[in-house]
Design a protein around this ligand. Structure first.
Ligand code: 2HG
Ligand code: ZN
Length: 463
């Protein structure tokens, strides 16, 4: 029998597309975390913001939670609907609405896939520079919800830097038009920035004005084999001193093994414990030669013992695959994910402290380190042994995350650099944010979502 609440939603919005088949509830009710059993009441697929507003008004009356949903590539459970919520999928609101060349602003709907946005920018001879492996599935709405970072942050910053305006539906159904593409706007609180990274707990983004950038100059990609952890930052300093970097990432031999098994080409003959992948401007021969000099300098100092520089864009793409496909290659192994950040200057000491924790607490687990070391963001994936049950594994990982969180507090870092708190890291929020900050976040939530219907239970539990 149809749920009477759904019948009432149907009466309010007869044209609204709804899905209630069990396969749909499962598909739209989860993200890449796969830890919770999806259990949404239904999936709504609105085509315009007025429908979103009306859904919110219905949700307020019925006291039904709403889970906004983009590409569901999230790794923190932010898009999970496990408690009878209504999922609002933005997949039909996926259009480019317009481009203003003078402002260099592309206006888009939240369900637009990142890669489609990047392509739309190229059509205007510009670039949308935020980039990461999930580009083919994640959406700009989800990127805004987590203030997604990725592999170009050292040059271009996070998603936040590129959002010139947002239209947002609040938890009362009101539509806010925030910042309207202005570059300068010192007229009080910037609510746009409050929405970015709020994981859909303060408002539902129904339109975004995205700033585009000059296309980058031609570039090269270099992968270096690094013998020891303490050399990683020496290599970073050497590269940063001489080259104009747009990416500086690292991964370990364990990561390489997984991506190679997944189909990537290993460019080296010998195994090395660490690898660096960096992209840098190489508009001419001189700049290419400079990269070789940096490589030799690192080699002479013993910070690297092998390296490869791309000679074509095809080779660059194949080298990037070594880094881009790590998450995908690990996914079937159900890894427990850490997404932490510290200041770049704290990386060497923090990495050492983290390594000690893992070696002491997890000697039995396969640990895969990688990430955006150039901006202070490390990903540490712990692989579940086949013989350990999901529950046992999570319990064990959570025990160690508590230790990690305490270490992060000491180093003044963050338990979530770019994936968000969602459900997964809720317990550890207090290690990264003070009690006063969390109390204020709750206060802000009460103002924008007085009935607590927007992505309930994400970031923190209802008071
Ligand atoms: C990346 O940097 C993503 O590839 C995913 O943030 C990280 O899978 C992960 O842990
Ligand atoms: Zn990442």
């Amino acid at each position: 029998m149809t749920d009477p609440r759904m019948a009432r939603l149907g009466q309010r919005l007869p044209g609204l597309l709804l899905k209630t088949e069990p396969a749909d509830l499962e598909f739209y009710g989860r993200d890449w975390t796969r830890r919770w059993t999806p259990n949404p009441i239904a999936i709504a697929l609105p085509a315009q913001s007025e429908e979103v507003q009306e859904i919110v008004r219905w949700a307020v009356e019925e006291r039904v939670g709403i889970v906004p949903s983009g590409g569901r590539t999230g790794l923190s459970g932010g898009a999970v609907a496990a408690n009878g919520e209504l999922v609002i999928s933005f997949e039909r609101m996926n259009r480019v609405l317009g481009f203003e060349p003078v402002d260099r602003i592309l206006t888009v709907q939240p369900g637009l896939v990142l890669e489609a946005l990047q392509r739309a920018a190229i059509e205007h001879d510009l670039t949308y520079p935020v980039d990461f492996g999930a580009r083919g599935s994640c959406t700009i709405g989800g990127n805004i919800a987590t203030n997604a970072g990725g592999i170009r942050v050292i040059r271009y910053g996070n998603t936040r830097e590129w959002i010139a305006g947002l239209k947002v539906v609040t938890g009362t159904g009101a539509l806010l038009d925030l910042n309207r593409g202005l570059i300068k706007n010192s007229s009080g609180y910037d609510l746009r920035h409050l929405m970015i990274g709020a994981e859909g707990t303060l408002g539902l983004v129904v339109e975004a004005s995205v700033r585009l950038a000059e296309p980058p100059p031609p570039s090269n990609v270099m992968v270096l084999a690094v013998p020891a952890m303490q050399d990683l930052m020496q290599v970073f300093a050497a590269c940063r001193r001489s080259l104009s970097l747009s990416a500086f990432e690292f991964f370990t031999d364990r990561a390489l093994e997984h991506v190679v098994r997944h189909g990537a080409q290993d460019p080296f003959d010998q195994v090395s414990p660490f690898y660096v992948i960096t992209e840098f401007d190489a508009p001419d021969e001189a700049r290419h030669a400079l990269a070789l000099e940096v490589f030799e300098h690192c080699l002479n100092n013993g910070w690297v013992n092998d390296g490869v520089i791309s000679q074509s864009s095809a080779q660059a793409a194949s080298l990037w695959r070594l880094r881009d496909s790590i998450t995908e290659s690990l996914a079937p192994l159900k890894p427990y994910k850490n997404d932490i950040s510290v200041r770049i200057s704290a990386i060497p000491a923090f990495m050492q402290a983290m390594r000690e924790i893992f070696e002491r607490e997890y000697p039995q687990f396969d640990i895969v380190w990688f990430g955006h070391i150039g901006d202070g963001n490390l990903h540490v994936n712990v692989i579940k042994p086949a013989a350990t049950s999901d529950t046992e594994f999570i319990v064990e990982c959570e025990r160690v995350t508590a230790l990690l969180s305490a270490t992060l507090t000491r180093y003044q870092g963050s338990i979530s650099a770019e994936h968000g708190i969602g459900l997964v890291k809720k317990k550890y929020l207090a290690g990264t944010r003070s009690d006063a900050e969390i109390a204020m976040m709750r206060g802000i939530k009460r103002v924008l979502d007085p009935f607590g219907i927007l992505n309930p239970g994400k970031v923190f539990d209802p008071a």
